[in-house]
Ligand binder design. Structure first.
Ligand SMILES: Cc1ncc(COP(=O)(O)O)c(C=O)c1O
Length: 485
């Protein structure tokens, strides 16, 4: 249920309140003023009593509402909320510092600060409505082209192809470069499994490289040792928004005649030497899954340096069907297209990209300020010549800390704060165990064991941010005191 289903403005009547209560099925409605500050609560019982006392359905809601009500600050943790929920109080309004109604809690919906929620309050609905009204709901249509053009414009004019998700974006990129059986592709051991899965789909062999202890991205010195005559490509992944060391990677590519496929799924809005990531390699891929910096629900984009390879990929994206001869296939292709409806959301999201990235940077700055002095935490390093878009703010619990990363995660869970551990290393999981030697992947193992990502939604409230910082700081300080005793 949306918050709007539970709120009504103070200028309305009992009739409107009753009809909304009837629709929301909660037996209650919150009354707000024009600034959406909470003024009262009205239950169906309150309305019944008011009618019995002589009010009618055209009476103002304010005359029947309860002004002595329970509300809680939006950053109240689950345990505290639970103390107030009872048979009598089934739903509790949550307000910000200014008293504005911003959420609600019930037994079925305890307040959680989510890790990365989408924000769809721009032109998304208008553009999607346009698709439906004009009947352009499939993968033809102006929004697909517009989304691709916006991406090309952002990435130095490189041809961009919209696809159905970030995983097929990687597969299409590799296939368009004709990477397959007998080839090796060097990929970091610390990434989301899609990077490695896409290599396996082509029949090529992934070769797992360790990561750098400072950037947590692919370690170029280790990559040098892994290059063999069969190496065809390197797939740097700009993890959590931190750009890889692209100068060194491109130097290796030139020296050894290798393709570079940049996996930018987590790094739209990140820059290296003032240039957007995705503009360095032969091909770059992006994801628009619901938790990404911009989203289309599911979706992806492939950005090409070479127009001829982009043309081949466009054919492969569309079943391999010849552009000039309908239903004629020279090779086996795929249906990897994005729909016009998804692209419509993407265009609206892209319009707010800079704003979203700024919001994420602001969140990261606040976390850095709160945690950089804490003895047991290691905040992400600021790397020269790179601009991190901080898709997910991620930090490490130092090995000498008297608590584990998982204990911190469990504690934050009780405080209503959703977190994520860093990815498992690829080499420790059954399908990938043959692609890397554990003793050469020690940095990725340490980061995987100790890393934690914190809520990084672009609409994270200041109160929520303060709550998270307070919880982590007090957890660390309390433990520090216990250790000192
Ligand atoms: C590094 C990386 N590569 C690829 C993907 C795959 O993208 P999608 O989920 O859109 O298939 C993701 C994430 O979701 C990712 O984090």
């Amino acid at each position: 249920m949306q918050l709007t289903d539970l709120m009504i403005y103070s200028g309305t009547t009992l009739r409107e309140a009753l009809s909304k209560i009837d629709r929301n099925g909660m037996g209650v409605i919150f009354i707000v003023n024009e600034n959406e500050q909470l003024e009262g609560i009205l239950s169906d019982g309150d309305i019944r009593r008011a009618l019995l006392k002589g009010s009618n359905l055209d009476t103002a809601v304010t005359s029947a509402m309860n002004t002595r009500f329970l509300s809680l600050p939006v950053n109240t943790d689950d345990l505290e909320i639970l103390k107030h929920i009872s048979d009598r109080v089934k739903i509790i309004p949550l307000v910000d510092k200014a008293g504005k109604l911003v959420d609600y809690a019930s037994i079925n919906k305890l307040r959680r600060i989510s890790i990365a929620a989408p924000l769809l309050e721009g032109n998304e609905l208008a553009y999607v409505t346009d698709c439906i009204k004009t009947n352009w709901i499939s993968s033809q249509g102006k929004y697909v082209r517009k989304f691709e053009d916006l991406f090309a414009g952002y990435h130095q004019g490189r041809t961009s192809l919209a696809v159905s998700n970030g995983t097929v974006a990687l597969h299409l990129a590799l296939d368009a470069l004709k990477i397959g059986q007998g080839d090796e592709v060097i990929v970091p051991d610390l990434t989301f499994a899609a990077s490695v899965n896409a290599i396996l789909y082509t029949g090529a062999t992934p070769v797992l490289a360790d990561v750098d202890p400072i950037t947590w991205n692919i370690d170029v010195e280790h990559v040098k040792k892994l290059i063999t005559p069969r190496t065809k490509a390197i797939m740097p992944v700009h993890l959590y928004g931190q750009p890889c060391d692209m100068d060194s990677i491109m130097q290796l590519a030139v020296q050894h005649n290798l393709f570079i496929i940049e996996d930018c799924a987590e790094a739209l809005g990140s820059f290296y030497n003032g240039v957007p990531v995705g503009c360095f390699g032969d091909v770059a891929t992006f994801s628009f899954y619901g938790n990404k910096t911009i989203t289309t629900g599911e979706g992806g984009m492939v950005v090409f340096k070479d127009k001829a390879i982009a043309d081949r990929a466009a054919t492969l994206r569309d079943h391999g069907m010849q552009k000039t001869r309908r239903y004629w296939h020279e090779e086996v292709g795929y249906n990897y297209r994005l729909t016009n409806i998804q692209a419509a959301i993407g265009v609206a999201q892209f319009e707010r990209l800079n704003e979203f990235v700024e919001a994420k940077k602001k969140i990261a700055k606040a976390y850095n300020e709160a945690f950089s002095q804490l003895e047991f935490l290691q905040v992400p390093a600021a790397i020269d010549n790179t601009s991190n878009s901080y898709w997910l703010y991620t930090m490490l619990v130092k090995p000498e800390a008297p608590f584990t990363r998982d204990e911190l995660i469990d504690y934050l869970h009780t405080k209503g704060v959703e977190t994520r551990p860093v990815f498992f290393t690829m080499h420790e999981m059954p399908p990938y165990q043959n692609f890397g030697a554990a003793d050469q992947l020690s940095v990725s193992t340490r980061i995987s064991d100790t890393g934690i990502s914190l809520p990084s939604s672009v609409n994270l409230l200041d109160e929520e941010l303060a709550h998270i910082c307070h919880c982590i700081t007090s957890f660390c300080n309390k433990i520090e005191m216990t250790v000192a005793q």
